[in-house]
Design a protein. Structure first.
Length: 578
């Protein structure tokens, strides 16, 4: 027998004349899963025992087809060959005259396959008619609507086997959405209030329908904008109220906030002094909240992003004359459903020493009880934040200490008491100037421990002590930051180590220093240690020389304490690093 070879996909028709009532074409479809042909493998095809395809194969590609002309009632037999490389990649199918698979094989065995021929009646192309029933529904996400396009096919002219769906907003210029065997298709993300056009084109073994027409439908209307979409239409809330809302269909006013859609609420309770808390803690998305004192919203009182997980909560003080405008939005551009709860409590008045110019005088050596409950944050912005506790808001109170007969060594200690868990402190010189750069010392508030600062060689004068806990009204405290009572005590002693008084003639310069600090003495300098304002040692050296240079170039700008030991005598000086 003569071997038949196909290159790529070849179609070779063999016509055989058999006496039968009906004649049709069957197809041998040869496939290779690797895509490089059958690599020497072959298959023989016989009709009624006579060979019509001898050692059929193909040398490249993933598929090739051969046409076999047969008569109704004939018998097709395939004979496998185990020749060739990689036989597991090879397979074939026998398809009847309307493309239906009637036999399969794989040339890894020599098992013959016998198929009885039935020449199927080819259906007529389907008619392009039907009953369109678009079902349009809203998703209420602000992104449009969805539509379920469904139809009842017309079975005359041959039942359709699949449908191609065309869709678009311009009549006569629709885009194919692909084919489906189902009689419906779901489309999402439609624009509101828009006319859409669609068409189905059925097909079957007899071909594709012609003369198909378009149908159309109008998408749903956009949801109405919420009535409280601006501050001047805010919905009133009251103590104990709980309102449910959604920013899904709101606009983004972007007044001092993010680009997220927002809604507005208003609170006013004339003649009552109280702390008012607005909470979104039971909402289902990442929220943000801003409270303003006016409308149009130009003066922001407080904002909060994450208080309870990703939800927001703020507290403001109402003196009985304010009106608060509450903007509820999402973080970044997020939207969702929220619950706004308003609760009220008796307002705690600010302590008498709430401001530096009303500082309470400390008696040296005597423990004094104070409180940060109800305290406000003196100053605004970040410049008045402390180096050792740079939280944006401090509930702070103030004390003053007057020193005489110096130089003096001052130690101030705070200890939280009661339910309070913070009492940080910082010391400032001479006047009520509470900027970071002017602090002589800073001890960050640590849970249940308070802080201690010791300063040496202080000149005579008045010094101011700031005591705080994070999170003052009008910013809500959190579970880890609780305002409340504390004890404070200040002790002063004369500086016992005066190196110059011991005839050591110790000098240092420059001050402020940019890169290197020069130290000179009449005797060898034994040790030098440098501490930051947190009391952390950042540099240590043992020069054992009468003069030395201490490199401070890599230190951050700020105040440092330099501790110098000469002949067993230690002196501490304060140096500013530019």
């Amino acid at each position: 027998m003569k071997k038949i070879t196909l290159l790529c996909i070849a179609f070779i028709a063999f016509a055989f004349s058999f006496q039968a009532n009906a004649q049709c074409d069957y197809t041998l479809e040869m496939n290779d899963s690797w895509g490089d042909g059958w690599n020497g493998g072959t298959v023989d095809v016989l009709v009624n025992g006579s060979v019509v395809l001898d050692e059929a194969t193909f040398t490249s590609g993933a598929q090739a087809s051969l046409i076999i002309s047969v008569n109704d009632g004939d018998q097709i037999t395939t004979m496998h060959s185990v020749d060739g490389d990689y036989p597991t990649e090879m397979s074939y199918r026998i398809l009847d005259n309307i493309g239906v698979e009637v036999g399969t094989g794989n040339p890894t065995t020599d098992i013959d396959t016998a198929i009885d021929v039935i020449c199927q009646v080819v259906p007529d192309p389907p008619l392009c008619t039907g009953s369109p029933t678009p079902s349009v529904g809203g998703t209420n996400t602000g992104l449009g609507s969805t539509v379920d396009l469904s139809w009842i096919p017309d079975g005359t002219g041959g039942a359709p086997s699949e449908y191609e769906v065309f869709f678009g907003t311009t009549s006569g210029a629709l885009t194919s959405l692909g084919t489906t065997t189902d009689e419906f298709v779901l489309i999402t993300g439609l624009e509101y209030d828009t006319m859409y056009y669609w068409m189905i084109v059925p097909s079957n073994a007899g071909g594709v329908a012609t003369g198909c027409t378009e149908w159309n439908f109008m998408s749903i209307s956009a949801p109405p904008t919420p009535t409280n979409d601006t501050c001047n239409t805010g919905i009133a809330v009251s103590c104990g109220s709980q309102v449910v809302g959604s920013t899904a269909d709101a606009a983004a006013t972007n007044t001092g906030g993010n680009d997220a859609a927002d809604l507005w609420y208003v609170y006013s309770n004339p003649g009552v002094t109280e702390d008012v808390t607005f909470s979104l803690c039971n909402s289902d998305y990442d929220t943000n909240m801003i409270v303003y004192s006016d409308c149009p919203a130009t003066t922001q009182i407080v904002t909060n992003d994450d208080f309870c997980a990703l939800q927001s909560e703020v507290t403001v003080t109402n003196t009985g004359t304010e009106t608060f405008y509450i903007m509820v939005e999402g973080y970044d551009t997020s939207t969702g459903d929220f619950i706004l709860t308003t609760t009220c409590s008796v307002s705690i008045p600010a302590p008498s020493n709430d401001n530096c110019d009303a500082s309470e005088t400390l008696t040296l050596g005597v423990s004094t009880t104070g409180t940060t409950a109800g305290a406000t944050d003196q100053g605004t912005g970040s410049d008045d934040d402390t180096d050792c506790d740079p939280f944006d808001t401090h509930a702070d109170v103030w004390y003053s200490i007057t020193l005489t007969g110096g130089p003096n060594e001052l130690t101030v200690t705070t200890t939280p008491t009661g339910t309070s868990n913070e009492a940080g402190l910082a010391i400032y010189p001479d006047e009520c100037d509470f900027l970071d750069v002017n602090a002589l010392g800073c001890a960050g508030s640590n849970s249940d421990t308070g802080g201690t600062i010791t300063l040496t060689d202080l000149a005579d004068g008045t010094y101011y002590v700031r005591v705080w806990s994070d999170g003052a009204v009008p910013v809500s405290p959190t579970a880890s930051r609780t305002e409340g009572t504390f004890d404070i005590i200040a002790d002063v002693t004369l500086s016992t180590a005066d190196i110059n008084a011991n005839g050591l003639a110790f000098t240092y310069y420059p001050n402020p220093v940019s890169s290197a600090l020069t130290l000179k003495a009449q005797k060898d300098i034994d040790n030098v240690s440098v501490y930051n304002m947190l009391g952390q040692e950042v540099l240590r050296t043992a020069p054992n020389a009468v003069d030395t240079e201490i490199s401070m170039e890599n230190l951050q700008s700020g105040a440092y304490f330099v501790k110098v030991t000469i002949g067993g005598v230690t002196e501490t000086v304060r140096v500013l690093k530019n």
